[in-house]
Design a protein around this ligand. Structure first.
Ligand SMILES: [Zn+2]
Length: 386
């Protein structure tokens, strides 16, 4: 099975190549080169003309909760299917559906639903594993997570969920009792620990860092701010270069100047764009829903708790996040694009297969319209799905 993509503007980490031809065979990229804007189609070769649009590595979203009215934690098999279908429309080819701080039973149910999607052959975006956001967070930094379900770090609970479906990432508060030891236990269990929804002081991070923790959940949101006598987790993110920081680039969770500060002062190698999108993404303004038992309303594109007004997550699409940062910082796309998939792939152990438009890589690709920044085509394992 061969596909030849012609007339592509390839944007991949370190690569910006216009008028490119990308040949895909048996699900992998066979070659990327400058070439003619046409190719001969036959029964063994499908030719796709992308008319000068960007061709990028399929996005990897490691933090997202739902879409189209469905949340991953819904006790509904259909939720993962609809969610993965919506993410694929955004150009996300690999996704870690992310849970909320809910009961153990609900987490197990979500994992079971992910397994059903995998058993059905993952017809849309790939869901190789899940992300547990909570329940081991700081009750004072819940954001839109329900404090009722917050509990102490417990690796046994993580393992019980991972038995049902792989857990790749867990967001927890490092200052929790046993927080440093928990980081070590996570690595042993094949899970990447991440500091999030945290009231930690800088000193609280250090023991977990020594135990290998290198990930921060939605940097700046729901963590201790930078103060000149206690730099908090925001200060830690700036001071400790190799912390892989998730960033929500919707210009709402972080103002444009903060995005500029992060992307121009931190190493791009250690930034991962996420959407943290909710069930209200792909929905119209005025959509109201409950999240972990709390009421949320989508108004002017912002999803906020009805009570207290805390931001509950986003409706962001990955391509728009990339555009926002590109607009705000002027950083070339070939440098920024590592933050939409390559960095995630390296940290999660898929660096040899995912995150680049290069020979040998899996042909998970997104064609981005440079005017709308929305995908006009998406390929998974070399098969055009959109
Ligand atoms: Zn989240």
């Amino acid at each position: 099975m061969k596909t030849t993509i012609v007339n592509a503007h390839v944007v991949s980490p370190g690569v910006d190549l216009e008028n490119a031809v990308v040949v895909v065979e048996d699900g992998r990229i066979k070659s990327v080169r400058k070439g003619p804007a046409s190719a001969k189609a036959d029964k063994n070769n499908t030719v796709v003309d992308v008319r000068g649009q960007y061709l990028m590595p399929g996005f990897i979203d490691v933090h997202t909760h739902g879409a189209l009215g469905y949340d991953f934690c819904d006790a509904d098999e259909k939720a993962v299917f609809e969610f993965a279908r919506a993410k694929l429309q955004e150009g996300v080819t690999t996704v870690l559906p992310t849970t909320l701080t809910v009961s153990h039973g609900e987490l197990v149910k979500a994992a079971k639903n992910a397994k059903k999607y995998a058993d059905a052959g993952m017809p849309y975006a790939k869901v190789p594993a899940i992300h547990l956001e909570g329940p081991f967070i700081n009750v004072k930094c819940c954001g839109a997570q329900n404090p009722k379900y917050v509990r102490k770090p417990d690796i046994k609970e993580v393992k019980a969920i991972a038995k049902v479906y792989p857990v790749k990432l867990i967001s927890y508060a490092v200052e929790s009792e046993g927080g440093a030891k928990f980081a070590k236990e996570c690595f042993k269990a094949g899970v990447v620990p991440s500091c999030g929804h945290t009231g930690a002081k800088f000193a609280d991070l250090k023991p977990a860092y020594r135990n290998g923790l290198r990930h921060m959940t939605h940097f700046c949101n729901q963590m201790t701010p930078l103060h000149h006598r206690e730099i908090g987790m925001v200060g830690a993110g700036f001071l400790v270069e190799d912390l892989n920081t998730e960033v929500i680039c919707d210009k709402i969770h972080l103002c444009p100047d903060m995005l500029r500060l992060i992307f121009t002062r931190r190493s791009l190698e250690h930034i991962q764009m996420i959407t943290d999108s909710l069930r209200c993404s792909h929905c119209k303004d005025g959509y109201a829903f409950e999240m972990g038992g709390l009421k949320v309303l989508l108004k002017n594109g912002e999803a906020r708790l009805v009570e207290g007004g805390n931001l509950a997550g986003s409706t962001l699409w990955m391509g728009m996040g990339l555009k926002n940062v590109h607009d705000v910082t002027g950083i070339p796309l070939k440098d920024l694009v590592r933050c939409t998939s390559w960095n995630q792939a390296i940290e999660l152990g898929w660096g040899k297969d995912l995150g680049k438009v290069e020979k040998g890589y899996v042909a998970d690709l997104v064609v981005i319209n440079p005017r709308s920044w929305k995908p006009s085509a998406v390929f998974v394992d070399g098969i055009q799905k959109i």
